[in-house]
Unconditional design. Structure first.
Length: 199
């Protein structure tokens, strides 16, 4: 299977790559590193990536920026960062890839824990996560040619503790290999329209 992995250099992307790369051809994509270049906030960049890769069987996205700040400091502009990058960036990967993906292929997006288990300053991320869950649940019933779509929703990865742990007081840390297996379930399995929670 030929898989495009967007955001491959991040902690979640590396977890997905580790579990899938031994059995599949994984094309790593990112803004500054990888086999191909892509900025998911730019539709033309997404189209160029698809043109460069050619035929493919699955897309995994572990990419998307959000703004962390107290609610009283959030603005329309700061909320728009998450909505444009994490939400519309991942949605555009699907919309622009639908006509290109193989019959029976799959899209797997990434959200996160904060719409289920909030933290202070995480409202922007929570909003983006909830939007992605709604998109995947609804889009699944309209996907053509047997194409599937899911979203993996992990808690804070154990390998992310040093950088982000202070933002997640009391949250359980999730082993990276469990997160990687969630992507295997979505790509190699048969589920669709699911929010795959890893906690």
């Amino acid at each position: 299977m030929k898989i495009i992995l967007v955001g491959a250099s991040g902690d979640v992307g590396r977890a997905a790559h580790s579990e899938l790369s031994e059995r599949h051809e994984v094309i790593r994509a990112g803004r500054t590193t990888g086999d191909v270049s892509v900025n998911i906030a730019d539709k033309h960049s997404i189209e160029a990536m698809y043109d460069e890769v050619g035929t493919f069987d699955a897309v995994i996205s572990t990419s998307g920026n959000v703004h962390f700040a107290p609610l009283t400091e959030q603005t329309e502009k700061t909320f728009s960062l998450g909505l444009e990058h994490k939400v519309m960036g991942q949605i555009n990967l699907v919309l622009l890839g639908l006509s290109r993906i193989s019959n029976g292929g799959s899209f797997t997006l990434t959200s996160g824990v904060l719409d289920r288990d909030p933290v202070v300053s995480g409202t922007g991320a929570a909003t983006a996560n909830g939007a992605l869950a709604g998109f995947v649940t609804s889009a699944a019933i309209e996907m053509p040619r047997g194409v599937r779509i899911n979203v993996v929703s992990p808690g804070l990865l154990d390998v992310s503790e040093e950088r982000y742990g202070a933002f997640f007081p009391g949250h359980e840390r999730v082993p990276s290999d469990r997160v990687g297996r969630a992507f295997v379930k979505c790509v190699e399995g048969a589920i669709t329209g699911q929010v795959v929670i890893v906690s």
